[in-house]
Design a binder for this molecule. Sequence first.
Ligand code: AMP
Length: 177
Amino acid sequence: MPNAVTSAEIEKAIRNVPDFPKAGIQFKDITPVLADARLFAGTIDLLTQNFEPGMVDAVVGIDARGFIFAAAAAKQLQAGFVPVRKKGKLPFKTYEEDYALEYGHATVAMHVDALKPGARVLLIDDLLATGGTAAAATLLVKRLGAQILEIGFVIELKFLNGRDRLKGVPVRSLVSY
Ligand code: AMP
């Protein structure tokens, strides 16, 4: 692909914001990537590069930054888009999964009819940290009887070993720290 975007270019554009939203967190801000037309398109090309239209039935995106990448990837792959949302946001009947956070817990939800049994799914989020969120989303997709072909992240914080919680599914990330 002529002039294809590289992971190094994406990494250069990601802004590190120390101590947000609380002391000790190095927040990876992807808004400069989104605001750059070439980088945004190139990020979607990289996230979808293992697939062609017709190979994926739905791209599942995780609330909220995952939606941005997953929706664009769904358009690119001519697939549907399905949201995994934080509890209490989806209007219809849902399945829910609880998972542990550093302090306390969180719950993600999916509509009970969001995916057909056997649907081929690409799961996308912006960042893999401890893997709790993606593991909970994986359980929801499996509960609907769908199959995950791959889980894609723009960023992976390797030192948190999130991949260990996503065993059995191919995991890809574009930029790692
Ligand atoms: P985890 O469940 O620990 O893998 O956390 C992943 C979720 O938290 C993703 O949806 C990210 O958007 C968000 N997140 C966690 N750590 C960071 C970080 N350092 N910078 C930006 N987002 C983060």
